[in-house]
Design a protein around this ligand. Structure first.
Ligand code: HEC
Length: 110
């Protein structure tokens, strides 16, 4: 490549937004929850689903469980996230469609 071509490539590379391909931060964090609460928050086990829950409810429940001293599963989960992370998770979960088994990649709200 000639120097001008390299310069052009660098320019284009830095000008193109690359966020488009990244999933929302809340999704990355919430994927941890999906192990137990079902893929995309839709439960297939006895554990309740999280998809479409209200943001405030999830935040409140996570705070409550963090305050508990019991050595159970959700206390450990709740301790693992900061308030800001819990908010991102809750915001993301609230955007998920309830109860549908449709794939999560094309839902609205990203
Ligand atoms: C290892 C399995 C596991 C993971 C991972 C997990 N949970 Fe849970 N969760 C449970 C179980 C089991 C319960 C019900 C028993 C309990 O309250 O401890 C529960 C309960 C809850 C509840 C309370 C439901 C209610 O109304 O009582 C909320 C909210 C919740 N989880 C949110 C989350 C979020 C958000 C994440 C991800 C940060 C997460 N969970 C990750 C297993 C898990």
């Amino acid at each position: 490549m000639r120097p001008t071509a390299i310069a052009l490539a660098l320019l284009l590379g830095s000008a193109l937004p690359c966020q488009a391909a990244e999933p929302p931060a809340g999704r990355l964090l919430a994927s941890q929850c999906f192990q137990c609460h079902g893929t995309n928050g839709i439960s297939v086990s006895g554990i309740e689903g999280l998809a479409g829950e209200s943001e405030n409810e999830i935040i409140e429940e996570m705070r409550e469980m963090r305050g508990e001293t019991a050595n159970d599963i959700m206390t450990a989960q709740a301790h693992g996230f900061t308030d800001a992370e819990v908010r991102l998770i809750a915001q993301y979960l609230a955007t998920l469609p309830k109860g549908s088994s449709a794939g999560g990649s094309d839902h609205e709200g990203d």
